[in-house]
Design a protein around this ligand. Structure first.
Ligand code: SF4
Ligand SMILES: [Zn+2]
Length: 106
């Protein structure tokens, strides 16, 4: 297992949010193909991010490397799953909010 850096938590948050979304909206026990593709895409974005480990929150990123389609999709997922994350994954939520705040202050 790799070191648990901020990117590790970012990926965990992303995966958790896509899981919540798919289970609620697409209604399966396993991630559907569509959501699995989105998950792979988003993880690849994080891995290839030009900012490296010091990357900002994607939402606040000046570059935004997502394709317009994927950007819309991930936005929908975040908006839907955000509220549920607070009680399902409180620690990840806090880390996520801290990151967003840091990015805003720059
Ligand atoms: S949107 Fe910005 S911060 Fe997010 S992965 Fe792409 S380049 Fe990095
Ligand atoms: Zn799905």
């Amino acid at each position: 297992m790799m070191m648990k850096d901020s990117l590790y938590f970012e990926k965990k948050t992303l995966i958790a949010m896509i899981n919540i979304y798919c289970e609620s909206v697409h209604g399966g026990k396993l991630l559907c193909d569509e959501c699995r593709e989105l998950r792979e895409y988003a993880i690849q974005r994080i891995d290839r991010c030009i900012f490296g480990p010091g990357k900002p929150a994607c939402k606040k990123c000046p570059v935004h490397c997502y394709s317009p389609k994927r950007r819309e999709e991930i936005k929908t997922v975040m908006q839907f799953s955000g509220p549920a994350m607070v009680y399902k994954h409180p620690v990840l939520t806090i880390l996520h909010l801290i990151k967003e705040k840091k990015t805003t202050q720059k």
